[in-house]
Design a protein around this ligand. Structure first.
Ligand code: SF4
Length: 242
């Protein structure tokens, strides 16, 4: 086995180990089938706010408008009022209305079910062409609503995977998804997305990561680079792979 094969094998072992440890800690997530338009609206509402606030805003929006046609007929101001709990209400209300309007103009109805039949690349391109929809939002919709092979990378997934050394330090967020999709088994995309978000919120926080409580530390490049970690053989990855 040459050096490159050896490195690839070690990388694969590391990814598998991290996925297994996160699943032991947080469980194996199951996809709940959701309407893709609901998912799209929820993902827009989740931008720059907490889950609690965005879920509350989504609940209020659904209460205020029995369906998305009614929402389109309402003013941006009324939509913004209904989602006030989620923050950036005026911007998000405008974005939601523009997005729904574009779907309606394209398809004659506010429905994204057709994405499941058009092939994964075409489905991604369609979503990216909608106002305010970026790769993360599009990937969330395609993974969660249709089970298509996309691994959405948010700020938590990006931070945790960089610290672990699964992606190089200098890789930008936009490129991180391509690298992770190459090294994570497709059937684990959902698991990695959800469990890394949990881990990033609870343990591998942006400020003050809780290394001492982290079950991934023996595989973590960032932790291993700290002088204290290197001096402790129990914290060394080779001791786990042996
Ligand atoms: S050891 Fe520290 S830096 Fe590494 S994944 Fe755990 S909390 Fe994050």
């Amino acid at each position: 086995m040459d050096k490159r094969d050896e490195q690839n094998e070690q990388d694969e072992q590391k990814v598998e180990a991290c996925i297994r440890i996160l699943e032991e800690q947080y469980g194996v997530p199951r996809a709940e089938i959701m309407d893709p338009v609901d998912l799209l609206v929820m993902t827009i509402l989740s931008q720059n706010t907490s889950d609690t606030n965005s879920l509350r805003a989504f609940g209020n929006l659904k209460k205020a408008f029995a369906d998305y046609e009614l929402l389109l007929n309402a003013s941006t101001k009324d939509v913004a009022e209904s989602i006030r709990a989620g923050g950036l209400a005026d911007i998000k209300a405008r974005r939601i209305r523009e997005t729904l309007l574009k779907i309606k103009q394209d398809r004659g109805m506010i429905d994204l079910g057709f994405l499941g039949d058009m092939g994964e690349d075409a489905a991604m391109q369609y979503l990216l062409a909608l106002p305010g929809v970026g790769p993360k939002t599009a990937s969330v919709v395609l993974l969660f609503a249709f089970g298509l092979p996309f691994l959405p990378v948010d700020t938590h997934v990006y931070r945790v995977s960089r610290r672990l050394g699964l992606i190089p330090e200098d890789v930008k967020l936009e490129k991180a998804q391509t690298i992770l999709e190459r090294i994570v088994p497709v059937e684990k995309y959902l698991s990695v997305h959800l469990n890394m978000i949990r881990h990033g919120r609870l343990i591998c926080r942006a400020r003050g990561p809780r290394h001492g409580e982290c079950a991934l530390r023996i595989y973590c490049d960032s932790f291993q680079a700290e002088p204290k970690a290197l001096n402790d053989s129990n914290n060394h990855p080779q001791s786990a792979l042996r």
